[in-house]
Design a protein around this ligand. Structure first.
Ligand code: TA6
Length: 306
């Protein structure tokens, strides 16, 4: 660790560390916060305010993380919960801009921490950079609150502190770990319309749970429902409850895109599925001056009783 990182860690620990609950370390070549409660632990990178790990007591990690995960490379770490904001997917009018917005690779600042016998919390914020210009929505203020109990709760708050109406899309782009994608199903999206990103057309989901037998990239619309990934291989159900979102994205790259992306590992696609708590597609957040929006997800795990 270089001297600057060491001094930064010391300052973070002194200002925001909380014994037994919030601690700062260097991992993956960058600075992370480690959140601990009696029932779980989590790791959050300061880069992108990206949760990289969430491990409830007695469980394997709920989040999938690239074996090539490395901070400070200028590219978003693949895995955990990347923050997509102020746009989801490709920039609406300029394909030269980074996919999924501006803040995934920015260094966020710690602005708060808290703990009690039952919870550990970290609050982070990020401001526009000098060269952002109109890419950063005028006057928008952004903050992420991460609360660990036996579940992982993420609240992404956008406040319009400017005078113009803002239009925002985004997502908590959650990579869930599964024992085997071929032995997993996704409940909670039955009958919902979705934009099939692979066919660029709107489809209607049928009543059955979603199974994954090839590349899938869907923006489910008109849904505020909890989604559950039933991981039969690991004998657990992973629930993603949400607020402030009318769209849920389901993505798995499958074999060919797994090879093309190059940072999922040899058969990474078999061990992950993205279930993203989003404002995407027709689900655009419009903020009048002074208005505030909160994109919220709560991730919990239940054992499948046999
Ligand atoms: O959320 C699904 C998606 O938009 C996919 O199309 C795929 O591009 C994925 O996000 C990962 O995007 P990234 O820019 O992180 O490689």
């Amino acid at each position: 660790m270089n001297g600057t990182a060491a001094r930064t860690l010391t300052a973070l620990e002194a200002r925001w560390g909380r014994a037994g609950a919030v601690h700062f370390e260097e991992r993956f070549g960058g600075l992370v916060a480690v959140l601990t409660t009696a029932n779980a632990n989590a790791v959050v990178a300061l880069q992108g305010a990206q949760v990289l790990s969430f491990v409830p007591a007695g469980q394997d990690d709920v989040l999938w993380l690239s074996p090539a995960a490395r901070l400070g490379t200028g590219r978003a770490v693949r895995g955990g919960v990347p923050i997509c904001w102020p746009w989801f997917g490709a920039h609406p009018s300029d394909s030269s801009k980074p996919a999924h917005g501006l803040v995934r690779v920015r260094d966020w600042q710690v602005v708060g921490s808290a703990s009690s016998v039952a919870h550990s919390r970290l609050v982070m914020a990020v401001a526009p950079a000098a060269g952002d210009g109109s890419l950063w929505p005028g006057g928008a203020w952004l903050q992420l609150e991460i609360t660990l109990t036996d579940t992982l709760a993420l609240a992404l708050a956008t406040e319009n502190r400017g005078g113009d109406v803002l239009a925002i899309t985004g997502a908590l782009h959650t990579y869930l770990a599964v024992g085997d994608i071929s032995n997993a199903t996704i409940e909670g999206l039955s009958g919902r319309p979705y934009i099939d990103q692979l066919a660029a057309q709107v489809m209607h989901g049928d009543a059955a749970p979603v199974t994954i037998t090839g590349e899938i990239d869907r923006i489910y619309q008109e849904t505020a429902d909890t989604v559950t990934v039933v991981d039969h291989a690991r004998g657990r159900r992973v629930n993603i409850a949400k607020q402030g979102s009318r769209s849920t994205v389901v993505w798995n790259p499958w074999i060919e895109k797994n090879a093309r992306l190059g940072d999922l590992g040899a058969e990474g696609y078999r061990r992950m599925v993205c279930v993203e708590t989003a404002n995407a597609g027709s689900d655009v957040v419009t903020l009048a001056a002074g208005a505030r929006h909160r994109l919220f997800a709560n991730i919990s795990v239940e054992k499948i009783e046999t």
